[in-house]
Design a protein around this ligand. Structure first.
Ligand SMILES: [Zn+2]
Length: 141
């Protein structure tokens, strides 16, 4: 099993003592699910917490990951990929409506979809389960 994970350390001011707060934020895939996590701790006071969630990461986390590691781009390996399995995979993987899945499928078959490396790996895996081949392409400059 391939473990896909990506993280970044963020520093900010501790709201409790005003010291340096370190937050380890990240995205990962566990048991086929896209997940995110935050582990925060203050360098000077006991303020510490941990938070995780399933699905799309909060904006702050995905932005931090994109800033640190850069975006990944995924597209269909062939232009002739049948639409129905693509739509099914997108709806299952990303919990989309049919309309949203159609828009995503159009991007996927055209220039490609961009997101964090973990998001794209999760999407590629969902498509692979439906026998739809994808490829990583360089992200837009
Ligand atoms: Zn503190």
């Amino acid at each position: 099993m391939i473990i896909v994970t990506q993280g970044v350390k963020l520093t900010s001011t501790c709201p409790v003592c005003g010291g340096v707060l370190i937050r380890d934020v990240g995205q990962f895939i566990a048991r086929g699910q896209l997940r995110w996590g935050i582990e925060g701790r203050c360098r000077t006071c006991p303020n510490a917490w941990c938070e995780t969630g399933v699905g799309a990461a909060p904006e702050e986390i995905s932005q931090a990951l994109l800033a640190e590691h850069g975006p990944a781009r995924l597209r269909l390996a062939t232009k002739e990929a049948p639409l129905v399995p693509v739509l099914r995979a997108l709806r299952e993987t990303c919990h989309l409506s049919l309309g949203e899945a159609r828009l995503m499928a159009a991007d996927l078959g055209g220039g490609g979809l961009t997101g964090t490396s973990v998001e794209m790996a999760h999407l590629a895996e969902g498509l692979r389960k439906r026998s739809v081949a994808t490829e990583r392409v360089p992200p837009p400059a």
